[in-house]
Design a protein around this ligand. Structure first.
Ligand SMILES: C[S@@+](CC[C@H](N)C(=O)[O-])C[C@H]1O[C@@H](n2cnc3c(N)ncnc32)[C@H](O)[C@@H]1O
Length: 224
């Protein structure tokens, strides 16, 4: 599905979020600063929005991993020439990456699409260095009534209509809307991360109340 919507993904994102996603992404970067301390991982990297932010904030190198070859292919031309970025096609649930490697990690709006979040979080835990931070931007299943109301209008009306018009693929944007109501709540997600071994640095809703930012840390004393 992401292969299908890759050509119009960036435009649809900017229109649907009215540019607010750029502010959310900067907040995620601020939460894992400084990123200059070592290699960074952009998980479910898509068209490399967060990879570009990581480079801008001084990451010495970035591994950008995504399931969809087309999303990565549409992102690659956006990179500055010679940028220290590897684009890797792979599954977040089974990372072919070495243990204790990354000083920082990010995942922007990707984990909702990954069937087994526990597996993906365990894999991120494994590849992060002890003390490394992992920031997750996501549309968790809302629990508060105002957030539920906002989600209902946005998911059922705005997302399929606007996303469908821009991409020509209404079904894909209906799937994305459905995936938010069937996903974990932020509390469930945080509980899973704690269970895997992460420390919870922070978890908060962003504005408008559709997206959230969760910041996790691999304990300094962790061994794998
Ligand atoms: C909504 S896009 C987000 C892209 C980008 N991170 C951003 O912030 O715009 C979700 C991405 O997750 C990727 N994805 C879905 N399942 C995945 C998996 N199991 N492993 C790796 N990437 C996956 C999709 O291919 C897609 O590019």
């Amino acid at each position: 599905m992401f292969d299908r919507i890759a050509p119009t993904y960036d435009l649809a994102n900017r229109v649907l979020s009215m540019g607010i996603d750029t502010i959310w992404r900067r907040k995620a970067l601020a939460a894992i600063a400084p990123v200059a301390e070592g290699p960074a991982l952009d998980l479910c990297a898509g068209t490399l929005d967060l990879t570009l932010e990581l480079l801008e904030h001084g990451a010495p190198s970035v591994d950008a991993l995504d399931f969809s070859a087309e999303m990565l292919a549409h992102g690659r031309p956006r990179l500055p020439e010679g940028a220290p970025v590897r684009t890797l096609q792979g599954d977040a649930q089974d990372l072919e990456l070495p243990d204790n490697t990354y000083a920082t990690g990010l995942c922007g709006f990707g984990l909702r699409n990954v069937p087994d979040n526990r597996k993906a979080l365990s894999e991120v835990f494994r590849v992060l260095r002890p003390g490394g931070r992992f920031a997750v931007l996501e549309f968790f299943r809302p629990v508060r009534s105002d957030a539920k109301a906002f989600h209902a209008v946005f998911n059922n009306v705005v997302l399929p209509t606007v996303g469908g018009l821009i991409s020509g693929d209404r079904a894909a944007y209906s799937y994305l809307a459905d995936s938010m109501v069937t996903y974990l709540t932020r509390a469930d997600f945080e509980a899973t991360a704690l269970d895997v071994g992460f420390e919870l640095v922070s978890g908060a809703e962003l504005l408008p109340p559709v997206a959230s930012l969760v910041v996790l840390k691999k304990p300094v004393e962790a061994t794998s």
